[in-house]
Design a protein around this ligand. Structure first.
Ligand SMILES: [Zn+2]
Ligand SMILES: [Zn+2]
Length: 348
């Protein structure tokens, strides 16, 4: 298997000085299309995911119809998208759990995991395992979601079919052993909490919307309609928006944008994705230096997740924050970076 012969370095390293060949950054269309990961058959569909993802998109569209739409609902969706995406997915699942770029008190880490799970993006162990595999084989065939196979595949297609390599239990052993040392995360795997958290939040959003409207003097019928609107926007619109932002990091930022580092995969810094994702779109910076908790490096590379981590550190709720690598800062211009082979986590 190809993985057996891969280097097992734990950090991105500068390639040998002799290797100064530029990484091909030209149009991806000129390249041969990357094969889908081993064992993937395009029509072995993952029906539960297809049904849920379709239903959420349908409900999100319905939220904009008369009878469901409200401006307060839209505000809840936008705020919820940024807060849940930033704390749950970016800060917790990605920078903290996957790359160990910081530490937080367990109560805070676990709370942020619950927020991440409310975005319906897998359990922590599975999300981490898939993402570490992405770093290790980025834009090569075993990458679970490379856009060099196709844009649609990288954006959502990879979730809609069975991927035998991701279904094997060995993926946890190989990529998420550290996560499953925490009994809280083992419990989340075992008892269907991903489903429960996503079901429980529906009446919570409805109840909050209903209570706020009723207490402000609306009739019971009007308050019920407000509650329904808050639920539609707070759950379905928000989840769909966070999905597409996360998916755009997988698809868009391996296709379009500029490259600050000549990494050996196709990662890019994409301004639009960087801004809407609160910092995850500076993806070339991230692949070059995966453990760093800071992804936006230049002054215009706004990284709200990094600013939040700095704030948490300032009030004592984040420690061991991994700063950008000094090794990278002093690199020779144009030097090629080998980032594949590392799954972006510290050696144990
Ligand atoms: Zn990537
Ligand atoms: Zn990463």
């Amino acid at each position: 298997m190809t993985s057996a012969s891969r280097p097992t370095t734990k950090t991105a390293v500068l390639a040998a000085a002799a290797d100064t060949s530029p990484v091909a950054a030209g149009p991806v269309a000129a390249r041969p299309r990357l094969a889908l990961p081993a064992g993937v058959l395009p029509f072995q569909l993952n029906w539960p995911y297809i049904i849920v993802i379709s239903a959420y998109h349908g409900a999100a569209l319905l939220a904009f119809m008369p009878g469901y739409f409200s401006w307060s609902g839209l505000i809840v969706a936008i705020l919820g998208t940024h807060l849940c995406g930033l704390f749950g997915i970016n800060l917790c699942y990605h920078r903290l759990l996957t790359h160990r770029g910081l530490k937080c008190p367990k109560w805070l880490e676990h709370s942020m995991v619950v927020v991440a799970m409310s975005c319906l993006q897998e359990t922590p162990a599975r999300w981490v395992a898939i993402h570490r595999r992405h770093h290790q084989f980025s834009d090569e065939q075993p990458d679970p979601h490379s856009p060099l196979a196709s844009f649609f595949w990288a954006h959502v297609g990879w979730i809609l079919v069975h991927q035998p390599e991701l279904a094997r239990l060995g993926i946890y052993e190989r990529y998420a052993k550290d996560i499953l040392r925490d009994r809280f995360y083992v419990a989340l795997e075992r008892h269907g909490w991903l489903v429960w958290i996503n079901l429980i939040q529906m009446p919570l959003f409805f109840g909050a919307g209903f209570a706020a409207a009723w207490l402000s003097g609306e009739t019971t019928a009007a308050a019920m309609q407000t509650g329904l609107s808050i639920m539609m926007f707070g759950v379905f619109v928000r989840t769909v928006l966070v999905w597409h932002i996360t998916w755009a990091v997988n698809s868009v930022t391996h296709l379009w944008g500029y490259r600050s580092y000549e990494t050996d995969e196709d990662s890019r810094n994409n301004i639009i994705v960087g801004l809407i994702s609160n910092g995850e779109g500076w993806h070339n910076n991230h692949h070059a230096d995966p453990r760093s908790a800071r992804h936006g490096l230049r002054w215009w590379e706004m990284d709200n997740t990094w600013l939040t981590i700095r704030f948490l550190a300032w009030i004592g709720l984040a420690t061991d924050v991994v700063a950008p690598s000094a090794h990278l800062a002093g690199r020779r211009a144009g030097a090629r970076l080998i980032t594949r082979g590392s799954n972006g986590v510290p050696a144990e």
